[in-house]
Design a protein around this ligand. Structure first.
Ligand code: SF4
Ligand code: SF4
Length: 379
């Protein structure tokens, strides 16, 4: 008999604290209860998506109400040692959450927000793509992690969800280095799978009440998807996300490699989908909660000889470009570029928008992720 991964789908149309609290409680009991996953004496780290400072309505970060409701459940259950942290793309945990409402919830439930201060090399010899990681000391001091991701698009990996949220376990500047070490969508995805296996979050939750479509994960558009997803299998969870936006799950590199490397499954026949009303088929879920118009890269080709050749010759590849009218010359894209000597820079002077050197550019799209003015697009 096939061992199936369970994904809980919680329909939810608004960020109403009480409703989300009740739904998350139901979701947890459908997964067997939080106590079955984490014993009461464990030190827990909550890991939301805190990419950068942005208005909550822009759907860049995990919504504070979802984080707050989850924190409330943990506190009511009796968990005593809980902290919250992320290795943000720009800024620190405390600075990114300040004024979002997440800070208020954390205060209310007495959960400290932590800024990572030190990276420690952790060997991971069983890694297939990555044999070591630089992880924050403060993360290593906890016993386990709960991932609270945001449903968003991603220029490199098509989507960022449960699996990709874990990149925020990598300490500070080493995140940028990771992009140069693993420059292709496939190698980066495989590294992410190793990272998920290494840190092994106990539970993955995804805030998809309002998701981000288009130019994600930092500059896309908010769109109501009206769901929260939960699972202990991040690949299955991301596959349900993909299905809901009419994207073939296997086209997502983290799903494809996640299944091959044993992290989880993207295969529909290996996923059980449950809602508070009972089990539903994937087709029914897509019919009821899917969004065919969701703006995401659905290009059919994942990899073949032609795409490999095009990659080697540096042609027909996605590339970032700047819309000069929107650019405010802040330089964040330049700072974010991990390539030595910078593939995007103020070569024409600081009173003009930065320009790209596509020969150097490794298409990691960190610049596009971090631009605060949505001035960087991908074509
Ligand atoms: S991050 Fe955006 S706004 Fe800032 S310099 Fe780069 S393109 Fe311009
Ligand atoms: S220019 Fe942008 S996409 Fe290219 S390597 Fe630098 S950060 Fe990555």
């Amino acid at each position: 008999m096939i061992k199936k991964s369970k994904v809980v789908l919680l329909p939810c149309a608004e960020y109403d604290e009480e409703k989300i609290y009740v739904l998350l409680k139901e979701g947890l009991s459908l997964l067997g209860g939080i106590e079955s996953l984490i014993s009461m004496d464990k030190k827990i780290l909550l890991k939301p998506n805190l990419l950068k400072k942005a208005e909550v309505e822009k759907a860049v970060i995990t919504h504070p109400v979802v984080v707050g409701a989850f924190a409330r459940i943990l506190r009511e259950k009796g968990y005593e040692n809980i902290v919250l942290a992320d290795s943000c793309g720009h800024g620190t945990t405390k600075s990114v959450i300040r004024g979002t409402g997440m800070d208020t919830y954390l205060e209310k439930y007495q959960i400290p927000a932590i800024d990572y201060t030190e990276g420690i090399k952790v060997d991971y010899p069983q890694g297939i793509q990555a044999k070591e990681f630089i992880l924050p000391k403060e993360l290593l001091e906890q016993d386990c992690v709960i991932s609270l991701s945001k449903m968003k698009t991603h220029a490199l990996e098509r989507i960022t969800g449960a699996v990709k949220n874990s990149y925020g376990f990598v300490y500070g500047l080493h995140k940028a280095k990771g992009h140069t070490q693993y420059p292709s969508a496939d190698s980066f995805a495989r590294m992410l799978i190793d990272l998920n296996r290494c840190v092994a979050p106990k539970l993955y939750v995804m805030d998809g009440i309002v998701a981000m479509e288009g130019n994600g994960p930092g500059s896309g558009d908010p769109v109501s998807m009206n769901v929260i997803l939960m699972s202990i299998d991040p690949v299955a969870l991301d596959s349900v996300f993909a299905k809901l936006v009419h994207l073939k799950p296997e086209l997502v590199p983290t799903n494809y490699h996640g299944e091959k490397m044993g992290l989880g499954t993207w295969k529909e026949e290996e996923i059980t989908l449950v809602t508070p009303e009972g089990e539903i088929s994937m087709a029914e879920a897509v019919e009821r909660y899917g969004n065919r118009k969701f703006h995401v890269d659905r290009t059919e080709v994942r990899k073949n000889i032609w795409t490999r050749m095009a990659g080697a010759l540096n042609i027909f590849q996605k590339k970032p470009y700047i819309e000069p009218d929107k650019c405010v010359r802040c330089g964040i894209c330049v700072q974010s570029c991990p390539v030595p000597g910078k593939a995007v820079d103020f070569r024409n002077g600081k009173n003009k928008a930065p320009v790209y050197d596509y020969k150097k550019c490794i298409r990691c799209f960190c610049c596009q992720e971090m631009c605060p003015k949505k001035a960087i697009k991908v074509k």
